[in-house]
Design a protein around this ligand. Structure first.
Ligand SMILES: Nc1ncnc2c1ncn2[C@@H]1O[C@H](COP(=O)(O)OP(=O)(O)OP(=O)(O)O)[C@@H](O)[C@H]1O
Ligand SMILES: [Mg+2]
Length: 252
């Protein structure tokens, strides 16, 4: 246990306090060590990219942050508070939002109806059209509120799932492979959507495999490998790092 966790007191939040911090987190699934003493800190307002080969532990990192799985050991802090043992809903209430890998939206419902379900507990019905409209503008779906989701393109459905994740205005947004399966134009629009949300002040962590996309986000990047932090730096640093190239080729 570290000193902050030991006190059990709310921590003073300063400009230097990471908004998200995991320390020495190990997560074992039976014989598989998905994260191996992983430590990582995210600065408030940051756009942070995360890459790494298949099975590196990237999605596990997000699930640990959201609380859908618990660490075998180590701690998770949000805004200086130890949330290691908090339930997922309590973390969401503090301002963590996620778009999971393969997140589902309701195909047979309209765009508006998809928002109505999660938002109705937090907003009056009369407020909903304006709130949904504001979200749709931010995810490039303006005017599509009455469209049935199954009629949207793959990219538009992905943006809708980003919209679902920002419906409750999270402080930190976690996006797991938001550009998966998209062509170049949709991928470029996805990068624009993410950069604009970040410019509003939202802290965003993006997991992706598409290096063109990571390049266009051009922000601090962490490389995970075998459940641990393998490298960290600007996009350019990572691009130039030969060891990073090697792990993708399976030679490290
Ligand atoms: N629920 C689970 N039960 C057992 N093993 C799991 C579970 N979830 C993840 N793993 C294992 O943990 C490791 C990390 O998985 P994770 O999904 O975090 O990888 P990833 O970096 O997101 O990979 P990808 O790029 O393929 O999405 C893998 O070896 C995976 O098989
Ligand atoms: Mg994954």
């Amino acid at each position: 246990m570290n000193s902050r966790a030991d006190t059990g007191q709310p921590q003073t939040v300063t400009g230097d306090t990471p908004i998200v911090e995991i320390r020495n987190v190990i997560k074992d699934f039976g014989g598989v060590r998905a994260t191996d003493n992983l430590s990582l800190a995210i600065t408030p307002g940051e756009l942070h990219c995360m890459i790494g080969p298949n099975g590196a532990g990237k999605s596990t990192f997000f699930k640990l942050l959201m609380g859908t799985i618990r660490p075998s050991s180590g701690t998770i802090h949000f805004n200086g508070e130890d949330i290691t043992r908090l339930a997922p809903f309590a973390r969401a209430r503090r301002g963590l939002g996620i778009k999971f890998q393969n997140m589902q939206v309701y195909q047979e419902l309209t765009v508006f109806q998809n928002f109505f379900v999660p938002m109705r507990r937090h907003h009056k019905p009369a407020e909903m059209p304006e709130l949904v409209d504001r979200i749709l503008r931010r995810i490039h779906l303006t005017g599509l509120e009455d469209e049935t989701v199954k009629n949207l393109s793959h990219g538009q459905q992905q943006w809708l799932s980003i919209g679902m994740s920002i419906a409750l205005e999270p402080k930190v947004l976690l996006l797991d492979e938001p550009a998966a399966g998209m062509g170049p134009e949709e991928t470029a629009s996805t990068a624009e959507i993410i950069k604009a949300l970040n410019a509003e002040g939202m802290t965003i962590i993006v997991i992706e495999h598409d290096m063109e996309f990571i390049r266009s986000l051009n922000s601090r990047t962490s490389v995970l490998h075998l459940g641990a932090l393998f490298a960290q730096g600007s996009y350019e640093d990572i691009e130039r790092n030969e060891d990073v190239h090697k792990i993708y080729l399976g030679k490290a």
